[in-house]
Design a protein around this ligand. Structure first.
Ligand code: WTA
Length: 653
């Protein structure tokens, strides 16, 4: 049998576990298993040893002040994030090293060195200053994947402004809500970008959002070029990037920020309709982004070409496209568009073209690659790859072995990294030169991190077993809070198990002591690696004039991991129809963004509720997944479910 024609079943048999080769181990940044015990014995000292590798304007007085649930790290220290990412590499003589190879979807390409990035960042920073933006001001970014997005981010950090990136797939309403919540002074946007051969008009979205945002004084517009033009007529608020930035001097002194000053706000879905503004700090966040990049991705700045496919609009793009890799001074690849444009082998073509050595992507993408067919990666020489990563959702063992075999040539270690927007950096992960990995398991807490499993009562589950995952020790990149909502911070993360950080994931520990993160235990679903709140989609549905009531659940989906399904009760006088289902789906896209569109809409005259009126989503999930119905003893009217099952099944074919 030819190597590449092995079935997934055969691969699963062959790769029950994977041990890094001696060759990999010898060159790895971490190869001594003792690293775990050493970090545990003095975890504050361990983190301080990483912080010491950054460039500080003033050293800290104390490593940690911990008044649960509030932590301050590197207290009294002062530093600037852009200096870690740029100045220190240029000062060390590495200014000519490529920071980003960038490729646009139509094939236009640019290469920017660390010196060129520093030059650009200084100009943007000076431009921002000339607009009156200063320390503590909020700047919202709505931009495509381009080096200018990185420049805008680092320019904000250089002058101490708090930046907040909104994923350019979010709707005008979502963008507006975020701008209003943070009372931003300025929006920086791209005019348009390319996605799967289609033009995405970003400026039109920004115009609509900003019309309802009195705090916004100006909108700075970067022109994408390459035929990507916005249909926006322009407004008096608009300012051209080239007009503002190009004439600026290329020197801008960085502001020394307090280690605990907020670095950015990034919104993520919670269990209510309102997204949470996660706040991260300068010192602690950078320390963990830097350390984890170096050990988990084994980065070698002199030789690696690292590619993380995440959009900067998500935390993975913040920590592992910008701050972690740049603080390490490594060369990266950044790509604007879709993996299947013009053909399903675009990623493999890019890996070969740029000689990518370390590749980090999401299970949802890997499952799509599997579906598109083994022949696409097989067309390309991927032998430059030496390490693979996965993030965003549990990776199923089938996708894991496919990734190892068809992308990693059977030889590249895979790091399955568990973490969250709130944790700032990777928390549970293999170390590629040490860990024997098992397909589907994120294995062990990163050195210095302590993770436990707790049962319903909060009692620790020791040895093999399942439970609620908690992080039981503070860590430098923990969120510092929710933007202007201190109560929700305590309530969401620290009240379920007092003194412990509760990420709302369930997990199990196997016989070997490896951790398997199983997924969310709250009303948050994970669609293609993106967090979505059931409540947020429900409010978007109810926002439509035809809808009286809605319940949304995440159901298992072959490619996306999970997909939203909406159960909808219509207002009197409205009739269910396919056209209305389509309209509701589109409406959710308009309110939140395309990523939140329900996979299916099921019209129903009633929803299963408890006697106190709570919707029993668990039962809806059973219906949607065709499972035997679970415990129904608290259900007010059992007839409702039979009707729903019939309705669901009749629509399935
Ligand atoms: C899930 C993304 C299993 C988890 C970095 C978490 C994972 C949520 C993994 C955070 C993984 C992320 N294995 N589940 N390797 N990585 N998750 O904030 O449910 O967008 O709580 O951060 O994704 O999503 P977020």
């Amino acid at each position: 049998m030819k190597e590449t024609s092995k079935t997934i079943e055969v691969l699963l048999q062959e790769h029950r576990s994977f041990t890094p080769s001696d060759e990999f181990r010898r060159q790895a940044n971490a190869s001594d298993p003792e690293i775990y015990a050493r970090a545990d014995a003095d975890w504050q000292g361990w983190w301080a040893s990483w912080a010491e590798q950054l460039t500080w304007e003033r050293k800290w007085d104390r490593v940690l002040d911990w008044k649960p649930p509030h932590a301050q790290w590197f207290v009294g220290g002062k530093l600037n994030a852009s200096v870690q990412c740029l100045d220190r590499h240029v000062a060390a003589g590495n200014g000519a090293r490529v920071a980003y190879h960038w490729e646009g979807e139509p094939g236009d390409a640019r290469t920017l060195t660390y010196a060129q990035m520093l030059d650009g960042v200084a100009r943007v920073a000076n431009g921002l200053k000339s607009l009156g933006i200063g320390q503590g001001d909020r700047v919202t970014l709505y931009m495509p994947m381009a080096p200018e997005l990185v420049m805008a981010v680092l320019a904000c950090t250089r002058i101490g402004a708090i930046f907040s990136v909104v994923f350019a797939g979010f709707s005008a309403t979502s963008l507006r809500d975020r701008i209003q919540d943070q009372e931003a002074k300025l929006v920086i946007c791209g005019d348009a970008c390319w996605r799967r051969g289609k033009l995405l008009d970003l400026k039109i979205v920004v115009d609509e959002a900003v019309a309802a945002c009195p705090s916004i004084e100006q909108v700075l517009v970067w022109r994408r070029g390459a035929g990507a033009e916005s249909a926006s007529a322009g407004t008096p608020r608009d300012l051209e990037w080239s007009a503002l930035v190009d004439p600026q001097p290329a020197l801008c002194a960085p502001v020394a920020m307090d280690a605990e000053d907020p670095l950015f706000i990034l919104y993520t879905s919670g269990t209510t309709g309102k997204p949470k503004g996660i706040v991260h700090s300068h010192g602690g966040y950078l320390t963990v982004a830097y350390a984890t990049s170096q050990l988990v991705f084994d980065l070698k700045p002199e030789s690696d070409v690292y590619w993380c496919t995440a959009d900067v609009g998500w935390i993975t793009g913040h920590s592992y496209v910008i701050f972690g890799p740049m603080a390490n001074g490594v060369t990266q690849l950044m790509y604007e568009g879709a993996p299947n444009h013009p053909q399903p082998d675009r990623f493999w073509e890019l890996i070969h073209k740029y000689g990518v050595t370390v590749f980090y992507t999401a299970p949802t993408a890997i499952r799509a690659f599997m579906k598109w067919g083994d022949e696409w990666p097989a067309k390309h020489d991927l032998s430059s790859l030496r390490l693979l990563g996965s993030v965003g959702e549990p990776i199923n063992p089938e996708a894991w072995v496919w990734y190892l075999h068809h992308i990693g040539g059977g030889k590249c270690p895979i790091v399955d990294t568990w973490w969250q927007t709130e944790t700032g950096g990777i928390m549970i992960t293999p170390l590629p030169g040490i860990t024997t990995t098992v397909p589907g398991s994120a294995t062990q807490p990163f050195p210095g991190i302590e993770a436990k499993l707790l049962d319903e009562q909060g009692k620790e589950v020791v040895g093999p077993g399942g439970g609620y995952l908690v992080l039981s020790r503070p860590w430098p990149s923990m969120l510092r809070g929710l933007w202007r909502d201190p109560e929700r911070y305590v309530q969401t993360y620290w009240s379920r198990f007092p003194g412990m950080y509760f990420p709302a994931d369930g997990a199990k520990r196997d016989q070997l002591g490896n951790l398997w993160v199983l997924g969310r235990v709250d009303d948050v679903m994970n669609v293609s690696g993106h967090r979505l709140s059931t409540m947020e989609i429900e409010s978007a549905l109810v926002d439509h004039h035809a809808v009286a009531e809605a319940a949304v659940i995440g159901v298992a989906h072959e490619l996306k991991g999970q997909a939203p399904v909406g159960f909808v009760i219509l207002r009197a006088g409205r009739e269910p129809s396919d056209a209305l289902a389509k309209e509701l789906t589109r409406h959710v896209g308009e309110v939140i963004g395309a990523l939140a569109r329900p996979e299916r809409i099921i019209f129903t005259p009633e929803l299963p509720k408890t006697r106190s009126g709570k919707i029993m989503r668990r039962l809806l999930r059973d219906v949607a997944e065709g499972k035997a119905l679970g415990d129904q003893t608290t259900l007010a009217d059992s007839g409702v479910l039979d009707g729903l099952k019939k309705e669901y099944e009749s629509r399935e074919g």
